[in-house]
Design a protein around this ligand. Sequence first.
Ligand SMILES: *Cc1c(COP(=O)(O)O)cnc(C)c1O
Length: 433
Amino acid sequence: MNYYSTNHSAPLATLQEAVVKGLAPDKGLYMPEKIAQLPQKFFDEIGSFGLTDIAKVVADSFFGEDIPKEKLDEIVSDTLNFEIPLVKVEEGIYVLELFHGPTFAFKDVGARFMARMLSYFVKEQQQDDVKVLVATSGDTGSAVANGFLGVDGIQVFVLYPSGKVSDIQEAQFTTLGQNIVALEIDGTFDDCQALVKSAFMDEELNLQMNLTSANSINVARFLPQSFYYFHAYAQLAKQNLADNVVISVPSGNLGNLTAGLFAKRIGLPVKHFIAANNRNDVFWEYLQSGKYSPRHSVQTIANAMDVGAPSNFDRILDLYNHSHENISKDISGYRYSDDEIKSAIKRIYKKSNYLLDPHGACAYLALKESRKANEAGVFLATAHPSKFKETVENCIGKPVEIPEGLRAFMKEKKQSYPLTNSFERFKKIIRNY
Ligand SMILES: *Cc1c(COP(=O)(O)O)cnc(C)c1O
């Protein structure tokens, strides 16, 4: 299947080209040319399928033309080596726990899938070595670094804003060594993202090497995130609760939400999506007014959503033919301050004995505010609460246990290159590696 650019002035790309390039040459984002509907039979039976079986069917609809079935099934099974449970929090409200992977955040799904797909191209499709650039506000870096760790032919550079990610997040991508290099940028997440974008636009660099992105602009990262929307639906269907499903997504770069919209487009019967923002409310504002005004991000306690210019916004526009009316039919927006998020964490813990991280809590609030009595509400918990230990402990007034898998990262030595927000120095480092 071919991929076109949202800017419509780049040649069509194969899957391999789209994954290796990341961004299209006209700076647009790649979109699949065809979106095939899944058969009704699949949805009639979905309640009896497990996560991996569901994901294999969905992966086949996106990537089946381009990757042999056995290989694709193997990539899917290797990616999903952890559970994604749906847990009831209160009447009509369920949480999809996306944080049981190796770095305790939902990005493990997309990052692990992309690493395996890229490794397939390098090993079996004569693809030359690739350098992966990833800007992170926290969880992307850890998921990508761990997903790609030790993969031959792939060198990973993680750019993160100094002092603006939590200690646990930082430990997960600065302690790995091998093919993972952490660049600690004196600036914001948007500065990191801008450096990465400049590298992709730099002719000289791109003549010398294959650079790709592992941010959710990459089709191999954002599309596989649709798997777990089907899985959430299946878990409701199993209990005959799958009428009027609404799903609330804590949103930053909008990769996760866009994957949900693709799930709906290929047939998943979701009635409505909810985009939950923190104070970085550019998308909320667009939904209200039809005006899109990207701006600098501000820092919040849900820092993985501190995005001022969401990179997947253009995908949503493209998917809906730029119709604000149709976008607003499928998605409604809510936004919350740090104080509102904090009191939600406290309240839910007290009332339901369920501990949320700030991102999940933001999505909970949006679902709670919008849900109608006949709706089955699902919100996505994108990170384990202990990844935001201090914030969460302050909310509930109790110590929070860090799982052993996370503690292990904290024991290793940090290695990072401090860098000013200068493209020339950044370029030199990528070239010399
Ligand atoms: C990345 C991230 C988000 C935002 O996801 P997008 O796909 O960028 O919208 C939300 N929560 C957590 C914990 C994240 O790491």
